[in-house]
Design a protein around this ligand. Structure first.
Ligand code: SF4
Length: 293
């Protein structure tokens, strides 16, 4: 089979897997929140979310009506075949997924409000590129819901405020977001670089598995502190009160200009959809986040 077709088929499968079934780490985090939630209203919400997930898998249909705006992360091996075919293959996969899964058509022209109807449009599906060693292509489908996107925030704090200032900005963002992003959420935090770099890092941090601690002990401590602080707000599942406002907080950083301290907060809802596969040099495909049924 031609490489373009392999990439298209893999990406179409990834879109389906992502919207139908959460990765194991997110499912486990939701199950553990359900076991540990002490608020009755919070437990009822978590139970409904878990039942909804079960039903989506059984029926092979999307877990939420908002199937998001389509984003891909691509790790392209410098020696991989077909690098020039990836963009077109991902666009075709998005069109196919929209029809076959189906995905809700979500790409609207900001000026005319016209919906393209197939989830493609200017810069969409958006592709985040990374050149890696080797000859494999790793693709992550990341359909991103609108409700959680609407509460993402970027702050340029005063460098003198330092870590105290960044914690305050993040928790203020959580309180302001309240029930809007369909909690329990995953929060990605990006620090430093510049405004664009911080928000890129924050969003990419949402791909980090919840069951793997940050390898940097200082960041792991900060993540735990922010996780506890966010959960002490009492916003709770779907904003109805409880212990679990967030399932996890993931932090990444870049060095910064001495005069700038960008802090970005990217939000993900309980429907934390992501699916990854690796296409090896010979065209074999390994699915890394899901079992292919
Ligand atoms: S925020 Fe997430 S769970 Fe809520 S409606 Fe949007 S996609 Fe669905």
């Amino acid at each position: 089979m031609e490489i373009e077709k392999i990439i298209e088929d893999t990406a179409a499968n990834l879109l389906r897997l992502a919207v139908v079934e959460l990765p194991a780490d997110v499912k486990e985090a939701l199950q553990s929140a359900y076991r540990e939630e002490t608020s009755e209203a919070g437990r009822v919400q978590l139970e409904a979310i878990l039942k909804n997930l079960e039903l989506a898998e059984k029926e092979n249909s999307p877990m939420c009506q908002d199937t998001g705006i389509i984003i891909f992360y691509v790790k392209a091996g410098a020696r991989a075949q077909g690098l020039d075919k990836i963009e077109k293959a991902l666009q075709n996969a998005t069109r196919r997924g929209t029809e076959e899964i189906p995905l809700r058509p979500n790409t609207v022209d900001p000026f005319t409000q016209k919906n393209t109807g197939d989830n493609t449009g200017r810069y969409i599906p958006y592709i985040n590129w990374e050149i890696t060693q080797g000859d494999a292509i790793e693709i992550t489908a990341f359909p991103k819901g609108g409700g959680s996107e609407n509460v993402c925030a970027l702050g340029m704090i005063t460098p003198g405020e330092g870590v105290r200032g960044l914690k305050k900005f993040i928790i203020d963002t959580v309180i302001k977001a309240g029930a809007k992003p369909c909690p329990p959420n995953i929060i990605g935090v990006g620090l430093g670089g510049g405004a664009d770099i911080a928000i890129k890092l924050a969003k990419k941090a949402l791909l980090s598995p919840l069951d793997q601690p940050n390898p940097n002990p200082e960041l792991a401590r900060l993540e735990k502190e922010l996780y506890e602080a966010a959960n002490s707000t009492g916003i709770g599942p779907m904003g109805l009160g409880g212990k679990f406002t967030v399932l996890g907080v993931k932090v990444d950083y870049a060095h910064r200009h001495p005069a700038s301290y960008p802090v970005a907060v990217a939000y993900q809802c309980w429907a934390a959809r992501r699916a990854t596969a690796r296409i090896n040099a010979g065209g074999t495909v390994e699915y890394l986040t899901h079992k292919v049924r």
